[in-house]
Design a protein around this ligand. Structure first.
Ligand code: ACO
Ligand code: LMR
Length: 601
């Protein structure tokens, strides 16, 4: 790997750290990336499915997942993990991600991970060839391509420090704060940086100076390197060795901060856990001297570093870097209250999931109601066998005569003088677990039984324990002797057109048992629809989780609601056409059993 990140790099961000993620997206917009640099967020305790962020003036939705595994499965191209877990969980998060695989680098921000665990984590990553940046870091940046979280600060600071486009310096520091300071100095005295990494302030960090500098040596965009070390540790000596052995040939400028230590009797401990000298060779003074002796450009003091950068850079006589076009993030932005992911009416013609209405509306398009449902309900173009099945269902449940609960209610309401919509809604409100609304329940319980390998008897016992009739089983008038031909029709369609019908096959074994007890305990039309829809979705490649979500959100009952709306409207119009008077139920049809109310004292 020559370059840590590219303009296509995408990350999985562990922890919904909104400010840091927004800064990444502001950066992306400014440098005109095609895709946001954060592809997914892992938020283990959130019940939400996405988080909204600004992308320039607009907003984008970044999906949330409860686990790293789920995020990685959904966004396999995202090969950077930005681990913003606390020091208590950061180790586990990293180790789990290393186990999942598919990451080229991981950045760990937490400070204070126990050193024993940090060493184990770094070692495991090294064995798997994964670059670790941190712990205790603000991260890294490949200007003009990808920036980790808060590195470089605000977008104004980033542009001022020329971090919006690649320069020619490879920068490695321990400290994040000084990384920003150095970027600014480099922008003023040279042409910016090509890649920069703050390796982190803990004693045991993953990738050390030499790892990053050897990569930069191979990166043609890096023309020279700057190393900003600090008191403590011996990592600078590995760089000296690499220069001596010829592994690093590009000019290196370096400075170790902490030279003030010589003025104290007892040494100094800076803010970083690693910033304290355990031996003379770990002092800043000593390391600066050794680096200068190895031919590294070491200034006499930090104050002279800018001039030295300017000199080394000028001597390289590099061509000027053209300033790229940038987009400007508006300073005032307002978040949208509503989200729509199914249709769009902003153009000349409204679209259904991206398809202009005219492309699906007329017969010559070859599209039917099944296609419109698949676009507007599922945001997918289902194959013909599936859209035809949806249409078959809608047509099949459109009506079942005036006597059924919902039609009866719609008729009574229409006769009370109510409008079409009021009467229709009354009918629709009748749809429920006993009438027409058993489809979701049927799918849920039969799927549960099949998923858990329950044989029909065990399933019946299970339902008995739950204390509810099996949704999708039983009918008031249909039975083995008087079969429901709608059910036969749906089953025949499935047999001819579905790739397979495993859940229906299972349901029929249950039906064999229930009808052996009572002949009207057939698999009814609701049950058949619910079960076949699960078979359809499985054949269409949906995951079990997605199917469970469809069921839980009431998608299946919606097919009955949609179809039966046709019939209810028919009954209401029938009442109006016939100008039927108000209905009063015959008293002879009511059993009156009214006692005189007892008085409670
Ligand atoms: N599971 C288990 N036992 C059942 C079921 C069932 N789904 N349905 C009826 N039974 C049993 C009852 O427990 C009762 O047993 P019992 O005689 O030992 O007391 C017996 O069958 C008769 O029960 P009723 O409720 O009187 O049955 P009825 O035939 O009148 O009811 C109904 C039909 C309401 C559809 C019922 O079968 C049921 O609740 N089914 C589940 C819900 C369902 O699928 N509804 C959709 C129907 S199709 C549609 O509306 C478009
Ligand atoms: C229906 O489709 O409405 C029926 O199955 C219910 C019924 O009672 O006939």
């Amino acid at each position: 790997m020559e370059q840590l990140y590219t303009k296509d790099t995408q990350a999985i961000f562990w922890n919904n750290n909104k400010t840091a993620i927004q800064r990444m997206l502001d950066y992306d917009y400014t440098i005109q990336r095609k895709t946001p640099s954060v592809a997914a967020i892992v938020a283990p305790t959130s019940g939400n499915k996405f988080e909204k962020f600004f992308y320039g003036p607009d907003e984008v939705m970044i999906p949330l997942f409860k686990t790293t595994a789920a995020a990685k499965a959904a966004q396999p191209q995202a090969d950077v993990l930005l681990n913003f877990a606390s020091f208590r969980t950061a180790y586990d998060v990293t180790m789990e991600a290393l186990e999942i695989g598919g990451f080229s680098s991981m950045m760990i921000t937490a400070e204070g991970i126990p050193e024993r665990l940090a060493r184990k984590m770094n070692q495991t990553a090294r064995e798997k060839g994964v670059i670790i940046i941190g712990p205790a870091t603000v991260g890294a940046i490949t200007p003009g391509a990808f920036k980790v979280a808060n590195i470089g600060g605000t977008i104004t600071n980033i542009v001022n420090s020329k971090l919006h486009r690649a320069g020619s310096c490879g920068l490695v520091t321990r400290s994040g704060g000084l990384f920003n300071e150095l970027s600014n100095i480099i922008a003023i005295n040279a042409d910016g940086i090509a890649e920069g990494v703050a390796i982190g302030g803990d004693r045991f960090v993953g990738s050390v100076f030499i790892d990053n500098m050897l990569r930069m040596e191979k990166n043609p965009a890096v023309k020279y390197m700057i190393l900003l070390g600090e008191v403590g540790g011996t990592e600078e000596y590995k760089v000296i060795d690499a220069i001596k052995s010829g592994a690093i040939t590009k000019p290196v400028i370096a400075w170790c901060i902490g030279t003030i230590a010589k003025y104290y009797d007892s040494g100094v401990q800076f803010g970083h856990a690693g910033a304290s000298a355990n031996a003379d060779s770990e002092t800043a003074e000593y390391k600066n001297k050794a680096m200068a002796e190895a031919g590294i450009h070491v200034p006499a003091s930090f104050n002279e570093l800018p001039a030295m950068i300017n000199k080394v850079f000028t001597d390289l006589k590099l061509a000027d870097i053209p300033e790229p076009e940038m987009s400007v993030c508006p300073t005032v932005r307002s978040s949208k209250e509503f989200i729509c992911t199914i249709s769009d009416d902003r153009g000349d013609e409204a679209t259904y999931a991206g398809f202009p209405i005219s492309s699906v509306a007329t017969p010559d398009t070859g599209k039917g109601i099944g296609d419109v449902v698949s676009l507007l309900w599922f945001k997918k173009q289902y194959p013909k066998w599936a859209t035809d099945f949806i249409e078959t269902v809608i047509k099949t449940v459109a009506d079942h005569g005036p006597a059924v609960s919902g039609a009866h209610n719609a008729k009574v309401t229409a006769r009370a003088g109510k409008s079409v919509v009021e009467s229709l809604v009354t009918g629709l409100l009748t749809i429920g677990p006993r009438f027409g609304g058993a489809i979701d329940g049927a799918a849920e319980h039969f799927k549960y039984a099949e998923d858990n390998g329950l044989d029909p008897k065990a399933f019946l016992n299970h339902m008995k324990k739950l204390g509810i009739p099996i949704p999708g089983i039983g009918h008031r008038i249909k039975s083995l002797k008087n079969p429901d031909l709608r059910v036969t029709g749906l089953m025949n369609y499935a047999a001819e057109n579905f790739p397979s019908t495993p859940l229906l096959d299972y349901a029929r074994t249950v039906e064999a048992l229930t009808t052996s007890k009572k002949e009207n305990l057939i698999l009814n039309v609701d049950g058949t629809i619910g079960i076949l829809m699960v078979d359809m979705w499985r054949a269409l490649g949906y995951s079990e989780e997605e199917i469970n979500e469809f069921i839980a959100s009431g998608t299946l009952n919606s097919f009955f609601i949609l179809g039966r709306t046709i019939g209810f409207i028919g009954h209401v119009l029938d009442e109006k056409r016939l100008a039927m008077p108000m209905y009063r139920h015959p008293m002879t049809d009511i059993l009156y059993d009214v006692q005189v109310a007892e008085e409670i004292k």
